[in-house]
Write a protein that binds this ligand. Structure first.
Ligand SMILES: [Zn+2]
Length: 305
């Protein structure tokens, strides 16, 4: 295959959009990754869909236009039977996928053995597949419902979903990674460190991240840490817990540390948003620490020790 896994993952993240349930999102990406190791290039084409988007989709094939004389169908066929609120996509619990050519340039919609294999991987991860439905088969569709009805979801009930990524191996960034180089440059200028901007995440860069964190904790929280770039119990207990909505240099350090471990928080902008939360969640699951979407002592220790 000439298409890179990272490209397939990045495209999929973009298509799923914001508002995805983190388990569904992480499982979808895991499916893309597992299929890739079996030589199948697959991409997620849709994820979360707002009520407005669902209404628009429902209207397709049902809409009529008037040309002054008579009414005619705008679209030829109906796309979905699901009204707004009646699709698991509306709750970030469903995804659609398609196969792409080995160079990543063409979408392939043939439901063949490759397609079936991807669906099987998805089912293994806890998804239900639209291709198994008896009435209307929806081959690209995978969903996790947690057994909840639309009424329950509309009432704000949160599904409890199975997370089956125990075997997930941690991806590593590779040498020469341009984002790592930019992290190294920022560390050097912001914290007066002197690391080589080689894009390689090694002990030097990790130590610079710790120095950065120690500096910020001293400045922002009046901690009296020795800024030595070494991880120890004092630094660990001085860390602050970060969650969605946090912003600033410490959040940036968290994002950089996650990225170095191979979990992409989206933009390294110092804003703890949905992408950072999802990267954190995936990291916590993969490292078998409590996946609570909060970067607390346990997470900091795991990232930097
Ligand atoms: Zn779907």
């Amino acid at each position: 295959m000439t298409i890179a896994l990272r490209t397939l993952l990045d495209r999929s993240v973009k298509k799923m959009g914001k508002g995805m349930n983190p388990v569904v999102k992480a499982s979808a990406l895991e499916m893309v990754e597992r299929a890739y190791t079996e030589g199948i290039a697959v991409q997620i084409s849709a994820g979360h869909r707002s009520m407005e988007e669902q209404a628009e989709l429902y209207g397709r094939g049902r809409a009529y236009s008037y040309n002054g004389k008579n009414y005619s169908n705008v679209a030829k066929s109906i796309v979905t039977n699901a009204k707004p609120g009646q699709s698991y996509h509306n709750y970030g619990l469903a995804i659609d996928f398609f196969i792409v050519s080995d160079d990543g340039k063409r979408a392939i919609w043939t439901v063949d053995s490759k397609w079936q294999r991807v669906a099987a991987i998805g089912k293994d991860l806890g998804f239900k597949w639209g291709g198994d439905w008896s009435s209307f088969k929806d081959y690209p569709h995978l969903e996790m419902t947690g057994g909840l009805s639309f009424t329950q979801l509309q009432a704000g009930k949160e599904p409890h979903l199975p997370f089956k990524l125990e075997k997930m191996e941690m991806p590593k960034t590779c040498k020469g990674d341009s984002l790592v180089i930019s992290i190294q440059k920022t560390l050097n200028s912001r914290y007066k460190t002197n690391i080589e901007g080689d894009g390689d995440y090694g002990p030097e860069t990790r130590s610079a991240l710790i120095k950065g964190l120690q500096t910020e904790l001293n400045q922002q929280y009046n901690k009296k840490l020795v800024v030595d770039g070494k991880w120890g119990p004092k630094t660990k207990s001085a860390t602050v817990a970060l969650k969605k909505g946090a912003a600033g240099n410490i959040t940036w350090i968290l994002q950089a540390a996650l990225y170095m471990k191979g979990f992409n928080p989206g933009a390294l902008d110092g804003d703890f948003g949905g992408n950072t939360e999802s990267a954190l969640f995936q990291y916590q699951k993969a490292s078998k620490i409590s996946a609570d979407n909060i970067a607390g002592q346990e997470t900091w220790n795991d990232l930097l020790a």
